[in-house]
Write a protein that binds this ligand. Structure first.
Ligand SMILES: [Zn+2]
Length: 469
């Protein structure tokens, strides 16, 4: 059998800076999702004669944050370029963007994002304006007409371009999820909003042409679209000509749109209406200092400061609300591992921020009960579930449900004898075999769910030693 040709995938991610209140070059509101079509527009959006774009400084700051979080170097002087093409979603006939050739310098370049221990190189990051939005009656290739809404035209977009370092659809999806969570933790964009993060993908099989798949509207669709396209190119060898294809979400297929534009088709040239973006070392340092901590460095700090295992630190750091909750608890108590473990396994963001949120002090008391063997971990979980469901303090749930570990060793010893009597030979087996030992402990816990597993194990072990002598 012939070895399958190697797949190379590069991504172009477009991320709206949804935390901005206005568009990139005018004062129009950027909250277009709740508006009627073509309500949030002005002469600047349309590039009407006599208007001039004015750059939104906050957008530059946010884009620089993304660049720094991806370890890119930020250009001290970058330029806006006009990308010319004629399409109904573009009222001006050109898009104000950035460019990395013909004298163009994008905002940032040469970064990377690590996914499962492998670095995916970031080629460049640039700032540009979103085009308007076209909607079709039916599907794009069969619709008799399209409708256009310019509310989105001029919204600030950050384009993130990767090298073709990804090798399959799953890896691409993981990269995108990590990127989204990184950008969300910076507080510059809410990736959950419809259309806030979109993605185009370049896919090529070794020896084949590069195909670009456009309009993948959500990350959920990315894996499907890539798998479809890889299969299509494998099945029809020679089918891949250099072209742009559209991902049709409804039918879950890619369809040919047009043969791919060459770069010269866009007639890029410097935007004469905007000065260069100047970001000196001091400005970049200022942005760096104002950045919130991102998940990766937070996880490293949790492992370092609190001695959490790397896995637990990562899981905790990935949830912004939970990690804030954990740090509040860590000021009250030092049982870090138990506090982190229990919150990661039992609590959601809603449980610590919502209306019936668990209070840190209450949670810490619960953890202390587990540590002192007053209640079992299973009972603590039960109390937390009840507390987050009803809004009652967990300590009160423990009291009212009379939750307590059976610390009375005499009572546990009696249960051990009962289990031994019910299963002749089981003590001998437990003495010989680790599995049988665990099974025996399990039987005792079944009879007495309030017993602490560790105490049962200790009592059983001493019972076995006594038997030998
Ligand atoms: Zn406007």
């Amino acid at each position: 059998m012939q070895a399958e040709a190697k797949v190379r995938i590069g991504l172009e991610v477009h991320c709206q800076l949804t935390a901005l209140r206005t568009k990139l070059f005018c004062a129009c509101s950027s909250d277009y999702r709740s508006s009627e079509p073509n309500e949030k527009v002005c002469p600047v959006c349309f590039g009407l004669p006599g208007t001039l774009p004015v750059l939104n400084a906050k957008a530059v700051e946010y884009a620089a944050m993304i660049a720094l979080a991806l370890d890119c170097s930020v250009a001290g002087r970058s330029l806006f370029y006009r990308k010319n093409y004629f399409y109904p979603d573009l009222p001006k006939g050109f898009q104000i963007s950035q460019y990395d050739k013909a004298g163009g310098v994008p905002l940032a370049s040469s970064g990377h994002l690590e996914v499962e221990g492998k670095a995916v190189r970031i080629t460049r990051i640039q700032l540009e304006e979103d085009p308007g939005k076209l909607t079709y009656e039916g599907t794009i290739d069969r619709s008799s007409h399209s409708l256009v809404d310019y509310n989105r035209a001029g919204i600030a977009l950050v384009e993130i371009v990767t090298e073709p370092d990804l090798e399959d659809a799953r890896g691409a999806k993981m990269f995108l999820e990590k990127l989204r969570s990184l950008i969300e933790s910076l507080g510059v964009s809410d990736g959950e909003l419809d259309g806030a993060m979109r993605c185009d993908a370049n896919i090529s099989l070794a020896g084949g042409a590069r195909v670009e798949v456009k309009n993948i509207s959500s990350f959920k669709e990315v894996e499907k679209a890539l798998n479809y396209e890889i299969l299509r190119q494998r099945t029809f060898s020679g089918a891949a000509s250099s072209e742009t294809r559209h991902w049709d979400e409804r039918r879950s297929i890619t369809i040919a749109m047009r043969s791919k534009e060459e770069e010269q088709d866009y007639r890029y040239f410097p935007e004469p209406d905007l000065p260069p973006i100047l970001l000196g070392a001091a400005a970049v340092d200022g942005v760096r200092r104002s950045m919130p901590e991102v998940a990766d460095s937070k996880a490293a700090r949790f492992a370092r400061e609190y001695g959490l295992s790397p896995q637990l630190a990562r899981e905790l750091a990935a949830n912004k609300a939970l990690s804030a909750f954990f740090e509040e608890c860590a000021r009250l108590h030092t049982g870090y591992q138990e506090m982190a473990g229990l919150s990661v396994s039992e609590l959601s963001a809603e449980d610590v921020t919502g209306e019936r949120a668990v209070a840190p002090a209450d949670y810490v008391e619960l953890v202390k009960m587990v540590e002192s063997d007053a209640i079992t971990r299973a009972q603590a979980k039960e109390a937390l579930r009840e507390a987050t469901r009803t809004g009652r303090p967990a300590r009160e749930v423990v009291r009212s449900k009379n939750l307590s570990a059976v610390a009375d060793e005499g009572a546990i010893a009696a249960v051990i004898e009962r289990v031994a009597a019910a299963r002749p030979g089981s003590l001998e087996e437990a003495a010989r075999d680790k599995k049988a030992f665990s099974f025996f402990v399990g039987q005792v816990l079944k009879e007495e769910p309030k017993a602490q597993p560790a105490i049962v194990a200790r009592l059983l072990a001493s019972r076995l030693r006594a038997k030998k002598t």
